[in-house]
Design a protein around this ligand. Structure first.
Ligand code: E4P
Length: 215
């Protein structure tokens, strides 16, 4: 499973990109607003930090509007992937964009049929929202597992991005479910990396080293 960062904060992306495990980034209008910058300002910078896919979302809800936005976004950098909501006009746009060689990430996916239809329309990625499904009493990880199984059964190449990740357990579970990618918010990435036994073990090694130098 590849790791994407789910943020539009370029400072956070730089910090983790330096560690080498960040393959791509996903943003959405809420994350861009939280960064205090505009999409036009932030996406080129993110694309210069990571070489893998960087999702930038359209805000139009009609096919023509989405296509116009998507073409502009795709022109920013080769690694831009256009994020399109899973609605009928969105899938029409996905079909056209696929024929133009523009990669898409179909977002706000909450069911197995939505994932299948998005993939059949030509999506490069689909994003089931694990946390938001759990929030309404559903089984977000179960949906990821079902999509992975169906795509495998039918030889569908669309990659599954486990999105709306809220905990370390979510990351563990979607990894075991076979997600191609987990897009992880920074506060969860911090928790993935650090382990109290690593911190304690390192402190003890360094203490023993210092003591051995005094002897
Ligand atoms: C996915 O690409 C979205 O940006 C994101 O995962 C949404 O997560 P949220 O439910 O925490 O807003």
């Amino acid at each position: 499973m590849k790791i994407f960062m789910d943020t539009a904060n370029t400072e956070e992306i730089r910090k983790y990109a330096d560690m080498g495990f960040v393959y791509g980034v996903t943003t959405n209008p809420s994350l861009v607003a939280k960064s205090g910058r505009t999409q036009a300002d932030v996406i080129p910078e993110i694309c210069s930090i990571v070489t893998g896919p960087v999702s930038a979302e359209v805000i139009s809800t009609d096919c023509e509007g989405m296509l116009a936005e998507a073409r502009k976004l795709a022109a920013i950098a080769k690694n831009v992937v256009v994020k399109i909501p899973c609605i009928p006009e969105g899938l029409k746009a996905v079909k056209v964009l696929a024929s133009e060689g523009i990669r898409t990430n179909v977002t706000l996916v909450f069911s197995l049929p939505q994932a299948l239809l998005a993939a059949r329309a030509g999506a490069s990625f689909v994003s089931p929202f694990v946390g938001r499904i759990d929030d309404i009493g559903g089984d977000g990880v179960g949906l990821v597992a079902d999509i992975v199984e169906v795509f495998h059964n039918y030889g569908i190449k669309t990659e599954v991005i486990a999105a709306s990740i809220r905990s370390v357990s979510h990351v563990n579970e979607v990894m075991l479910a076979g997600a191609d990618i987990a897009t992880v918010p920074t506060k969860i990435l911090d928790k993935l990396l650090m382990h109290p036994l690593t911190t304690q073990g390192l402190e003890k090694f360094l203490e023993d080293y210092r003591n051995s130098q005094k002897a």
